[in-house]
Design a protein around this ligand. Structure first.
Ligand code: NDP
Ligand code: OXD
Length: 309
């Protein structure tokens, strides 16, 4: 039983160690030298070249190394009938919860303003707002969004989420569908985007939707860069409609050196690190799914390619 792995060289060793412990019978093959294509039954990949997966005739499942599968869905030559499985694993979820909570607290506690004051040697208190008066809105109440919502509730924030279908998560107000979007935005002082990138969600954060937020709202962008119309975001920041933003994902990555985001005083830029798949915990999730497939069951967390996530 062989799995072809496409990851960066630095992380390859952790995957090898984890799979050796969990599934010693699984042979890991390197993407650059996979050997006979017909041996390969599983692929665990991030951003494979278009058409490359179709060269393995006996694939039983394709595992995305990340939660997002846009790097796979954009391949017009995916092997037909082979399930694509998104990454759901506790390490990735924990990392996202840390990042979103940290960023929400950063904006909630006016840290952008204090950074400016520090540069200008200004000693001035800004009146604190209690969390119970701050409304956080999460676009995308899936695996990651709902985990972030739960932790933000623990801090006492008023939390709401927007999803395709209605949700019933304790303490989280549910808005759904296109009809619920404007009402959701209007009540979100801190907006977090944790949507998948699909035809429906591309460009969802634009002049109209950013304009529906309360004046001075903060924006935390951790879904995908293409959710955001970047020029509209810059205009909203410059007018004060958006008071501050933390941007982890961008239309072009790495962010080009001439991007105005780098030096904007109201933006925190980080290089797509909000969360990362942790090989030790993720291998467990992949191994369980491989066992399911070997037992004739479908893997868990299969992507619906028609829906796009
Ligand atoms: P899930 O599939 O679990 O959740 C997606 C959520 O988005 C669901 O609540 C879904 O609604 C909602 N949704 C999708 N399309 C629409 C739509 N058209 N209208 C309204 N709601 C919609 O995904 P995850 O939580 O696992 O991951 C979310 C995304 O986070 C990934 O796709 C990836 O892009 C990004 N990500 C970013 C990382 C980073 O480091 N920056 C790391 C990991 C992930 P419903 O529940 O009703 O189906
Ligand atoms: C992911 C990511 O989708 O890291 O997991 O962006």
């Amino acid at each position: 039983m062989a799995l072809v792995l496409k990851t960066d060289i630095e992380r390859g060793d952790s995957w090898h160690r984890a799979f050796r412990a969990l599934l010693p019978e699984l042979e890991l093959r390197d993407w650059r030298a996979p050997g006979a294509p017909e041996d390969i039954e599983f692929a665990l990949v991030w951003a494979p070249e278009q058409g490359a997966l179709a060269k393995f005739p006996n694939l039983k499942a394709i595992f995305s190394i990340g939660a997002g599968i846009d790097h796979l869905a954009s391949d017009p030559d995916l092997p037909p009938g082979v399930p694509i499985v998104r990454m759901v694993e506790p390490g990735l979820t924990a990392g996202m919860v840390e990042f979103v909570v940290m960023s929400a607290l950063y904006h909630h506690r006016f840290m952008l303003d204090y950074a400016v004051q520090q540069r200008e040697k200004v000693w001035r208190e800004i009146e604190q707002i209690p969390t119970f008066r701050r409304r956080v809105g999460i676009l995308g109440l899936g695996v990651l969004g709902s985990a972030c919502a739960e932790k933000l509730c623990d801090f006492g924030f008023q939390v709401a989420g927007w999803s395709r279908r209605p949700k019933s998560q304790v303490g989280v107000e549910s808005f759904h569908d296109a009809d619920g979007l404007t009402a959701f935005l209007k009540r979100s002082d801190i907006l977090v985007c944790l949507l998948p990138l699909t035809d429906e969600t591309e460009g969802i954060l634009n002049a109209e939707t950013l304009g529906a937020l309360p004046h001075g709202a903060a924006f935390i962008s951790v879904g995908r860069g293409k959710h955001v119309v970047e020029t509209d975001l810059l205009s909203a920041l410059d007018s004060g409609q958006i008071g501050g933003a933390t941007l982890d994902v961008f239309r072009e990555e790495p962010l080009p050196p001439d991007s105005p985001f780098w030096s904007h005083p109201r933006i925190v830029v980080v290089p797509h690190i909000a969360s990362m798949t942790i090989a030790e915990t993720a291998a467990e999730a992949v191994a369980q799914n491989i066992r399911r497939v070997q037992a004739g069951q479908p893997p868990e967390h299969i992507v619906d390619l028609d829906r796009g996530y």
